[in-house]
Design a protein around this ligand. Structure first.
Ligand code: BES
Ligand code: ZN
Ligand code: ZN
Length: 497
């Protein structure tokens, strides 16, 4: 979608559909500006318009150049949040999609939120709300996404332009992650997935190197190899790098993404219904790292960032790893495998221990790690945990803030050392399962044994994939994590100014 900014008056904006977000106060004051621009259609529709955002009102004005007007309420102006702006814009996107509006205008409301953020949120909501995954549809596809989006503003157009650009870049990166998650598993074997990552790097201007199975063996990624043993497809390990000359950090920020391209559970096989049937999304963490690399490269963020993506499927093959196997991991620690379905921590542990060789400033892993995270927090929020290394409280505060600003919200879980009791093995250093209680925490405690730097763990099992669409996400991959990580990195680079 092409996104531009215009200072032409709303009456003269030549678009198929003009989206006007309005506050309750504007509605109560009679919408006189709109009536002046578009005539009596506004007055006639006034009693149908809801100020709270629960509806989109479509009207066909007799005056002005826009073909249709879509009005969506934002609630009281003092209560308007970035998330409300995104949701309102996604309502307008649905209407635009249904009507196959090719050109859409958004009139920037004047709010106490600054112009940058308002424009960014509206563009994000519109682009994300327009997303549909149609790759496998052979029949009639109803509706079509807009091709051109014009952000209309009367003042602060420089700020609005900057925000609109950011919104487009970030939303497109989220759509990359959604596409990867929604892809059929047979189209994203580790090899095909890594080729897609290579292509993304070329297109967006970051470096990618792919390790094949031989190199993975040479590097001693034994956790990844153990999970891969039941598979017909070799694993890959992708290293993504964004290292601009003006980087404000010398030690990199590392992003690690769980890339299980399909999780059957292995020999500890999952049931199909409401479990294995969504496990093509078990690479959503990896997808969010790819999307984030795209976003920061396009934003030209002055930070040195490395992405690490271990990828494999998890299957019950003839040679599959079994409960009882003891694996000597990349770090040298030994793990007794007691459930082959706890495979994510096996491949992440190796990536995390490899990350140490970069002497990172901080490492963030993003993973669809545990069903327990969904039980604890539901499907609209991710669980976040951090280790006790210096600055842990600030780190947690920073990621929570990035979550609330970006709309990819996270909530913390505790990391008390008592939880380590649950992952003690009788014969090895650790076991890969921690029993019924606190499953998300014991998974994180397991990973903690493989890190020796400041670290944040984000368990996105809940919000990465939706059975039913909501807000600006359709059913399927949500691209959760891209906005969270991008915002976190933007904030970090601002701090280093
Ligand atoms: N990929 C799953 C976790 C998951 C569950 C993601 C639901 C998204 C939605 C992970 O590999 C897994 O199977 N975890 C097990 C761990 C258990 C065996 C300790 C789980 O959560 O049941
Ligand atoms: Zn699993
Ligand atoms: Zn998994």
């Amino acid at each position: 979608m092409k996104v531009s900014v215009s200072t032409i008056s709303i009456a003269e904006l030549d678009v198929d559909l003009l989206f006007v977000p309005i506050t309750v106060e504007e509605l109560e004051a009679g919408l006189t500006d709109l009536s002046e621009a578009f005539g009596s259609a506004i007055e006639r529709a006034r009693s149908d318009i809801r100020g709270d955002g629960s509806h989109a009102t479509v009207l066909y004005p007799e005056e002005g150049t826009a073909k249709r007007i879509v009005l969506v309420g934002l609630g009281q102006s003092a209560d308007v949040t970035l998330e409300k702006l995104r949701l309102a814009a996604s309502k307008a996107a649905s209407v635009s999609y249904e009507f196959k509006a090719e050109t859409v205008g958004i009139a920037i409301p004047s709010l106490s939120i600054n112009g940058d953020d308002t424009a960014q949120a509206l563009v994000e909501g519109f682009v994300l709300g327009s997303y549909r995954f149609t790759r496998y549809r052979t029949g009639l596809v109803t509706g079509e996404a807009a091709q051109r989006l014009v952000i209309q503003t009367t003042d602060h157009d420089k700020q609005v332009r900057r925000g609109a650009d950011r919104g487009r870049i970030v939303a497109e990166a989220v759509c990359t992650a959604r596409d990867l998650v929604n892809l059929s598993p047979d189209e994203k074997t580790p090899t095909l997935f890594s080729k897609a990552i290579e292509k993304s790097g070329k297109k967006h201007g970051y470096e990618v190197s792919i390790w094949d199975k031989a190199l993975i063996e040479e590097e001693g990624m034994t956790g990844l190899l153990a999970v891969n043993r039941g598979s017909q497809e070799p694993p890959t390990f992708s290293v993504l790098e964004w290292h601009p000359e003006n980087s404000r950090n010398s030690r990199p920020v590392i992003l690690v993404g769980k890339g299980v391209v399909f999780d059957t559970g292995g020999l500890s096989l999952k049931p199909t219904k409401d479990s294995m049937d969504s496990m093509k999304s078990d690479m959503a963490g990896a997808a969010s790292v790819v999307g984030t690399m795209e976003a920061i490269a396009k934003l030209d963020l002055p930070l040195y960032v490395v992405g690490l993506i271990p990828a494999t499927d998890n299957r019950p093959g003839e040679n599959a790893y079994v409960p009882g196997d003891v694996v000597k991991m990349h770090s040298g620690k030994t793990v007794e495998v007691l459930n082959t379905d706890a495979e994510g921590r096996m491949i992440l542990a190796d990536a995390l221990s490899y990350a140490s060789s970069f002497y990172p400033e901080i490492v963030i892993d993003v993973a669809t790690l545990t069903g327990a995270a969904v039980v604890a927090l539901g499907d609209f929020i991710a669980a976040v945990m951090t280790n006790d290394e210096k600055g842990s409280e600030d780190r947690l505060a920073d990621i929570i803030l990035a979550g609330s600003e970006s709309g990819d919200r996270v909530h913390p879980l505790p990391m008390f050392d008592e939880y380590n009791e649950q992952i003690k093995s009788t014969i090895a250093d650790l076991k890969n399962v921690g029993g019924r209680g606190a499953g998300s925490i014991t998974a994180a405690k397991f990973l903690e044994h493989f890190v020796d730097y400041p670290w944040i763990h984000v368990d996105i099992a809940g919000p990465s994939f939706l059975a039913q669409g909501r807000g600006y996400s359709q059913a399927g991959g949500t691209g959760f994590g891209v906005r969270l990580l991008t915002r976190f990195l933007q904030n970090l680079s601002e701090k280093k100014r």
